[in-house]
Design a protein around this ligand. Structure first.
Ligand code: BGC
Ligand code: CA
Length: 295
């Protein structure tokens, strides 16, 4: 492990902080607390406390929209406006919510503004979840038999879609055709066991050079992998459960990291008093702007 310059950006005790998302247009960082059903927004330049919006159900994944955000809430994917007050409009229902109780989990938009978002098995044990792609209002299933869909990202040349079913401890890549939105068969790209890395792969972001920055949940670190899947370096985080990363700041050189307290007992919370906060590190590489959802 190397590098030790991870700092607290916003001190919080979120249960399951997730999905940091930088809006370059608004110079604003958004993120969620999935379990508490809250969306946060915060402008680093202004300092102060983040704004928070309760949406009344779990919310796991955010994307930029043309007028606000797109949010994958438990019951469905919605357009969300946070100003001047909270407004929501359903784009697509979650087909796994009513019968299986599986909420949405990690996702992001591809370069054409399709939203790729997966679900998570309600008990995080059975392969009952899936990966979907939302184009406009049409939600199409892309992969099945997943337990915890995570780590969705794209290579900057748009040739690859990266994805993980966290408990496999592997990140796979699929050939990606950005015009049709089709993906090929999975190939194992990163295997944490091979690199002797702890935890499971959770959320990720790709930088301008194609490195894959991945939060290792229960591994207490963010790991950087080269475009060929090689491990380059890790940054320890002062709590065991980092969940996802996003490049932000005016130059896209700050890596924001969300974290969770959900798997800590009382002793763990005392040992890791900063768990559940948003952290930041000065990244050695520059991030990419997130595409906006089309439609
Ligand atoms: C999920 C959590 C899960 C974690 C580790 C996250 O994406 O939202 O519920 O515990 O991944 O697999
Ligand atoms: Ca995640």
């Amino acid at each position: 492990m190397q590098g030790n310059d991870v700092e607290v950006a916003v001190k919080l005790q979120m249960s399951l902080g997730e999905c940091p998302l930088w809006s370059a247009a608004e110079q604003t960082l958004y993120w969620v607390d999935i379990r508490r059903g809250q969306i946060f927004s915060w402008q680093p330049g202004k300092g102060g406390d983040p704004d928070r919006f309760d949406i009344g159900e779990p919310v796991s994944c955010l994307a930029l929209g043309e007028h606000g955000l797109v949010a994958a809430a438990a019951s469905g994917i919605q357009k969300v406006v946070t100003r001047p007050e909270l407004g929501r409009e359903q784009l697509a229902a979650n087909p796994e919510w009513h019968d299986k109780g599986n909420r949405f989990n990690d996702g992001r938009c591809d370069a054409r503004g399709r939203l790729w978002v997966g679900t998570i098995d309600a008990n995080e044990v059975s392969p009952s979840a899936a990966l979907y792609c939302l184009t406009g209002h049409e939600l199409v299933k892309q992969k099945t038999a997943l337990v915890i869909s995570n780590g969705l990202a794209f290579s900057p040349d748009r040739q690859w879609l990266y994805h993980t079913d966290s408990l496999t401890r592997r990140v796979v890549r699929h050939r990606f055709d950005v015009d049709s939105g089709r993906i090929g068969e999975p190939q194992v790209w990163i295997d944490l066991a091979e690199h002797d890395l702890p935890g499971v792969p959770d959320g990720a972001a790709v930088d301008g050079e194609g490195n894959y920055w991945c939060a290792l949940y229960d591994g207490g670190q963010v790991a950087r992998f080269a475009p060929d899947g090689r491990w380059i370096e890790s940054y320890p985080v002062p709590c065991p459960h980092p969940t996802m990363v996003a490049f932000g700041g005016s130059d896209l050189r700050t890596l924001y990291i969300t974290t969770a307290t959900q798997h800590l007992d009382e002793a763990g919370k005392q040992r890791w008093p900063l768990a559940g906060s948003v952290f930041a590190l000065n990244a050695p590489t520059q991030g990419l702007e997130e595409p906006v959802f089309a439609g």
